[in-house]
Design a protein around this ligand. Sequence first.
Ligand SMILES: Nc1ncnc2c1ncn2[C@@H]1O[C@H](COP(=O)(O)OP(=O)(O)OP(=O)(O)O)[C@@H](O)[C@H]1O
Length: 639
Amino acid sequence: MASLVYRLLGSLHSAPVADKAPGHVAASVGLGRGLFSPLSEFLGAANALLGAYGGNSVKLLVLGSIIETGRRLFQWFMARFSIEYCTTMRLTSGDPAYEWVVLLLTQENVWRRARDFVVTANNSRRKWAVRTELKEDGTKVNAEYVPTYARPQLFRWRGYWVEIQRTGNITAVDTQQSPQGAGGASMTVTIYTLHMKVLSDFMEDAHDRYVQVNRPHVVVHMIEQNFGPNHLWSTAKHKMKRPLSSIILPHGVVDSLVDDAKEFISSEGWYAEAGIPHRRGYLLYGPPGTGKTSTIYALAGALNLEIYVLSLSSRFVDDAYLQRAASAIPKHGIFVIEDIDCAFPRRDEDDPDDMDDASYAAFMHNTNPTRMVGGMRTMMAQPVRTAVTLSGLLNVIDGVGSEEGKLFFATTNHIERLDPALLRPGRIDMKVQYEMATKEQAGKLFERFFPETRFPELAEGGARIAPQSRPAPSPAPSYFRNAAAVDLPDPELDSPTSALTLSFLANLFAARIPEGEFTTAELQGYLQGYKTAPIAAVRGASTFVEKGREERKDRDRIKTERRARVRERRALLAANTPGAGGTGGLMPGAPGANMRSTRMERGLGMLAASAQASGAATPAVPTQVPEVLPVLNGKWVSV
Ligand SMILES: Nc1ncnc2c1ncn2[C@@H]1O[C@H](COP(=O)(O)OP(=O)(O)OP(=O)(O)O)[C@@H](O)[C@H]1O
């Protein structure tokens, strides 16, 4: 380029001045002298003048101006061109569309040209990363190379040029931790085309690929506590779909749930015509380990829906956050609130049944339980609570965020704690109760663990009882009236008899498991110990039941003792608490005395009790009553 300019200048320099004579200019344009002669004469004079007084530098100046003007014209043209001849879209991590495009990029092998990677050993199961297996002393280590795309990458898609670039927090994205919003990443996709239709085709293609790849998975979006309140649905996990048949519930329960959800999704028009918000609420309630969460996952897999799970007891989840999180869920997403009861006040805040061991110890020994609830350190032993208020929760269920064809699922182990306002139709449209496993469930679980395909030697054939004609397992079939007495061959000592079939074993197992005493999760845990030994599983069932009963007795005894100790301690605290009939007299007439909460009173009572117990003098009461008054080594601490 530089040499070109020099050559041009050289030619200008060497060109004879006569060539640029006024007459020549006029002749070369071929126009009549009449019109242009004054201009030609002016140019001729200027030329002569320039030639006479160091005109070369001025020529250089003119040339420079021409080049600059040309450059600007080109820029202007390019700006116009790129606005009109390419389409640009921006995507933010955390948004479902971002995931779709990420997958398309990976499938198009755009990462092959990338030179900038983040390496992570965190297996994300996403298709975004380049997965490698490294060998380290014979052990395989999974590592992923995640391209950052910090610099623009150009690739061809269906004959169009597409450019992508990512900005923002590019090192934290596209592993399991993918924050959205201010701290997250965003991606710019530019397609060089005149037609908007290409853009929608691009997104459609990206979406189709995403659906195709995730067909065997259920995508579960969660909230990553570490990312703070600015990030919604920051973590996505891909779980293998679970067949509905693997959920073992009393006959018809799963089917009615699935039919209801399907009917809801397909009747959007009806809701619009009837003027009813298109949403549906389900409450699954019952003891832990009975299959509530598993049912939701299986349902989502069957209907190809994505799940958005939120726990109200998460740090920083308050009314505003809940509202934002619900609004960010796309149409037909399943919104799950786990343990919804923690949004409701307890009748007894210090119920020992709700305390974990740390809280119980803190309550009994007057130490700081250091539990964070709603971003605030609370004193006293308490069950985990939430910063979400009942009205905030109801607003979200009723409000904009819960419309648009969303399915809302709430789970709880304590339906009795829920406010009737939540349970009314329109908020909760269908309730499903989960109970301890029945004999029928135990038998079905056994059959699921030991299918005939894996144990052909125990398949039907020499069967004593065919499955169709098998008597209902609950109550115990007549031939197993005395199930405990049925003697099974020992697989290690005896050779299996032809009469011993899996259905026979399932029935015997069902007969040995008492009705409604164990959760399905407990039975599953037991059977997991006998993955390849169905006969041994049945042989050990009675011992398992006995042990389970003993353990339960122990747990009940501990609970009863705890309750008694908590009652005792409360009585002691009350006796030392002013205003509660006690003799503590800690705060008579203290400023703010009317602000005392039950919790504060307990705190003061604890202080007095601990001071009395240690023989120390009661610390002086502060003149200003702080909001929370925990006690640390006999000193007042204001939080
Ligand atoms: N009815 C069931 N059918 C099949 N598997 C079950 C059933 N109940 C429990 N399980 C198994 O037990 C484990 C725990 O189940 P799950 O998490 O669904 O229970 P849950 O009722 O949601 O418990 P929690 O109230 O503690 O959340 C899972 O591995 C699941 O496979």
